[in-house]
Design a protein around this ligand. Structure first.
Ligand SMILES: [Zn+2]
Length: 288
């Protein structure tokens, strides 16, 4: 896990921009690891005179990349590891799954015949021999073909503000008139005040605490109000309502249970066959 060698004498190293290393190597020596005010971490790089050679160049702690020895040994791979200590870093959990497929640009060069002059470029079509490649692994392809989710968050989080009367935060533009911002009644409505209103409007709402509220009600930011979460009303006022699923009334209780798939039936075999039809060969379908 050694960077470079770059710097003077190695201008062709990929990190070199305008004669300097764009990754700021070699790093400064440092006796112990410290976490800086801005959340960055300064790792220990003791000046202990231990050095090694990479491509014939002597390098020491100043060139070591951030890593974890256990992970490198276990996976026998080049793995960068860095401590996460700033807000917003969780985006890295999702970023690499969603940013798209791996790509590479490849130039193909024809091997020159042994007797040929080294300056001869006859017959080489530079444009044609330049390829833009997409690297896609079979599991990646299958995942997208079968339209599985690329990511999902669970549980979903609804941030509920708690504040004193008129003590809520307000977002406004730099050039807005402060007086108008303060006098605008719209700015005084928050999820908390709207919860008070919802409790007056919906008699059922009083069963839930503020924290439980988002499970049963949806926040509409455009109109700043709470509304019943669709499909979560679990009450019935008659037998016929028990037999009603998604607006359709069924003749029997059994049929009403069958509709949302609460009872076992042949559907799982049907969907297994439909599933297999996408990936199995005909003889495999017959065999299994
Ligand atoms: Zn460098």
């Amino acid at each position: 896990m050694i960077h470079g060698p770059c710097g003077e004498g190695h201008p062709s190293c990929a990190c070199m921009v305008n004669g300097e290393c764009s990754k700021n190597y070699p790093k400064e020596y440092c006796e112990k690891t410290t976490i800086l005010q801005n959340g960055h971490v300064r790792y220990a790089r003791p000046k202990n005179r231990i050095s090694t050679k990479k491509n014939g160049v002597a390098v020491d702690n100043a060139f070591v990349l951030l890593h974890n020895v256990d992970l490198c040994v276990k996976y026998q791979a080049h793995i960068n590891v860095e401590r996460v200590s700033r807000d917003g870093m969780e985006k890295y959990l999702f970023k690499y799954f969603t940013k798209g497929f791996d790509c590479s640009k490849v130039g193909l060069q024809r091997k020159r015949a042994s007797g040929e002059s080294s300056t001869c470029t006859k017959g080489v079509n530079e444009i044609q021999d330049y390829l833009e490649c997409r690297c896609i692994a079979p599991n990646d392809a299958a995942w997208r073909l079968l339209q599985f989710e690329i990511h999902h968050t669970n549980p979903s989080v609804e941030r509920l503000p708690v504040h004193l009367p008129l003590g809520n935060s307000v977002v406004y533009n730099e050039d807005d008139s402060l007086e108008q911002v303060l006098q605008n009644p719209w700015n005084q409505i928050t999820k908390l005040t709207a919860w008070f209103e919802a409790n007056k409007t919906y008699p059922e709402a009083v069963c839930y605490t503020y924290a439980e509220f988002p499970e049963h009600f949806t926040w509409h930011a455009d109109g700043k109000y709470w509304d019943y979460r669709r499909g979560t009303v679990k009450v019935a006022r008659s037998y016929s309502e028990i037999r009603t699923i998604e607006g359709q009334q069924y003749p029997t209780f059994q049929a009403a249970c069958q509709a949302p798939g609460l009872l076992g039936d042949d559907r799982e075999w049907l969907s297994a066959i439909v599933d297999a039809a996408h990936w199995a060969l005909p003889y495999q379908l017959r065999f299994y």
